[in-house]
Design a protein. Structure first.
Length: 590
């Protein structure tokens, strides 16, 4: 490899009986952009700590080219709390770096008061100061641990553009899949104590990783077939294994190792638990909210904001930090109170709230006990039940980990456990505030499938564009100063809309502004109200019948006649259900 800036040779690391990785080797060349992917708790941050010298290796060697300057952004930065923001950044600079470049970076990252002590900043603000300090030093080799955490979408897109320019050498750990796809030219994956390298971006990695898994499964299947035959031979000749058979016995044990490898099948899709939610969800009735700034001025979050949330909506909330996204969520949940107006919540609504603050639970508690304290099982949409242990296993907690104490979990694993506690409450309205922070990509994929199947309502506040695009059907865009835009699409569609819309100096077509206080829209007739009420009864009934038919058809226990009968009923039922849901939507707009 030309111009290697880093060479890692046969490195191993264990903690007690737990092996994180064994004899891994890789090189990073000058100018390469490398992304590192792994499940929570499998050693990503440990490997980065070893590369920066804060963690020792058990065996092997880490070799840098002479005089390489390393810039390291840790997942949780630490500063002298009494140091000013400006001094914290300049402490990483050389004599060639100007205060102007520091100020420019801090401005880009929305840090305005450079004289403020670092100890007065939030965790997210400290992460941004640390990012500015690393970037302004312009090191030869950037090592970034979750650089997009606590950045809003505008800042992520700026950082994406900044890192993509020039010839910097970068190694990053991130769960942001758009970020990986657009910046990285090499993806490394830690899996089952082994490192795999893919020479391409995230899209290329997904394709080639699937090929690797398919080939592995084919090899394991072949090994299993041979293993069964060899096992039969071993059992039939307990006394007759002479010297000539020794080679076959040795081969048997090698074959056994292959056959017992973990087969990485795609997770069985976890259908969301059985939930019912009525037609009345919530109505935000001309709500206003403002906070007082230190200078006495008002920071306006909402101003006479009206919104009527419909059943089955999956809404994304985006906007810059400080625009009021989390405040809006807390107003909806009753954690904060509006200055004027009110939220009217439907009687059937049961919120499940995943907050940025995370899980507050004792470290000396076992993982399984944290979840069973909420419930022992939940009922799924197909009529089966799912135990607390099965839910944890679906979200990648092994049976051994479930009986470990919370103190042994990584930061990402604690976030994952928190997510399981929210889902175990069996809500019909999920409110997720930055759910992707610190979660690994595999967990995000499982959560995405769960939310796509979820039969209730969802609000997601997230800076993760990939996640948002897969989940939401429309957005509330918080522009600040009480300005909120309702956009009918996902984040990528919104960005494309912003790119294509006329600029401010282009004459725009005037649109009539609706005054909701004197709303003259047509009201439902008596007949339409009765029809709407009947649809609220018919749709759950037909949905339940459809799910039962699908369950029966996949059970493998039906006669040919019964299969034929249900196969004819299913398309007719689906068409009827689609028609009624469409009519329900039409009436709900009136």
């Amino acid at each position: 490899m030309a111009n290697p800036i880093l060479d890692v040779q046969n490195v191993s690391k264990s903690f007690g009986a737990r092996t994180l990785f064994r004899n891994i080797s890789f090189s990073i060349s000058e100018g390469q952009h490398v992304g590192l992917i792994a499940q929570n708790g499998t050693g990503k941050s440990t490997l980065l700590s070893m590369l920066t010298g804060t963690e020792s290796v058990d065996s092997g060697a880490i070799i840098y080219r002479n005089n390489v300057r390393i810039g390291y952004l840790s997942q949780t930065p630490h500063f002298d709390p009494s140091m000013s923001v400006l001094d914290a950044c300049r402490s990483h600079c050389t004599e060639h770096d100007s205060p102007l470049s520091v100020m420019q970076l801090l401005t880009k990252l929305h840090i305005q008061d450079t004289a403020q002590p670092v100890g007065q900043l939030s965790g997210g603000q400290q992460k941004r100061v640390a990012l500015a300090a690393v970037l302004v030093a312009e090191p030869d080799f950037l090592i970034l641990d979750e650089p997009t955490n606590h950045l809003d979408l505008e800042m992520i897109e700026w950082l994406e553009s900044y890192l993509a320019r020039g010839n910097r050498t970068i190694l990053m750990v991130t769960h942001d899949r758009f970020f990986l796809d657009r910046i990285c030219s090499v993806i490394m994956e830690l899996d089952n104590t082994t490192l795999y390298t893919y020479k391409g971006n995230y899209s290329y990695y997904l394709e080639k990783r699937q090929e690797r898994i398919d080939n592995l499964n084919a090899t394991i299947q072949t090994a299993n077939n041979l293993y069964r035959k060899e096992l039969d031979w071993m059992r039939r000749q307990p006394q007759a294994r002479g010297h000539k058979a020794r080679y076959r016995e040795d081969a048997f044990y090698e074959l056994e190792k292959v056959a017992k490898q973990r087969i990485e099948e795609r997770q069985v899709r976890l259908k969301a638990s059985t939930v019912y939610i009525g037609s009345k969800i919530f109505e935000c009735q001309y709500v206003s909210k403002a906070w007082k700034r230190n200078d006495g001025s008002d920071l306006v979050i909402l101003k006479d904001f009206y919104y009527n949330f419909a059943r089955f909506e999956k809404m994304g909330i985006v906007g810059s930090n400080g625009a009021g996204k989390s405040t809006f969520i807390k107003l909806l949940l009753g954690i904060e109170q509006p200055d004027s107006g009110r939220f009217e919540i439907g009687q059937t609504v049961k919120f499940g709230y995943f907050s940025q603050e995370g899980l507050n639970v004792s470290n000396d508690k076992k993982v399984i006990d944290v979840v069973t304290d909420i419930a022992d099982f939940i009922r799924l949409a197909n009529g089966r039940t799912l135990t607390a242990s099965q839910l944890l296993q679906h979200f990648l907690f092994t049976p051994e980990q479930q009986h470990d104490y919370v103190c042994k979990l990584s930061g990402g694993e604690k976030r994952k456990l928190y997510l399981c506690t929210v889902l175990m409450q069996n809500p019909n309205f999920l409110v997720l505030d930055e759910p992707t922070n610190d979660l690994d990509i595999k967990t995000l994929q499982i959560l995405e499938e769960y939310l796509q199947d979820f039969a209730g309502c969802v609000i997601v506040v997230s800076h993760d564009r990939y996640f948002t695009d897969k989940i939401v059907d429309h957005l509330l865009v918080f522009h600040g100063d009480g300005k909120i835009q309702d956009f009918p699409g996902n984040y990528s569609q919104y960005r494309e809309y912003e790119r294509l819309k006329p600029k401010e100096n282009t004459p725009a077509v005037k649109t009539e502004k609706r005054d909701y206080r004197n709303d003259t829209r047509r009201r439902m007739t008596y007949k339409e109200k009765r029809e709407f009420e009947q649809l609220d009864i018919d749709i759950p009934r037909l949905t339940a019948e459809k799910e039962e038919i699908e369950r029966l058809l996949s059970s493998g226990t039906l006669s040919v006649e019964r299969i034929t009968e249900l196969s004819k009923r299913l398309p007719a039922l689906t068409a009827e259900l689609d028609e009624k849901e469409m009519r329900w939507l039409e009436l709900s707009e009136i």
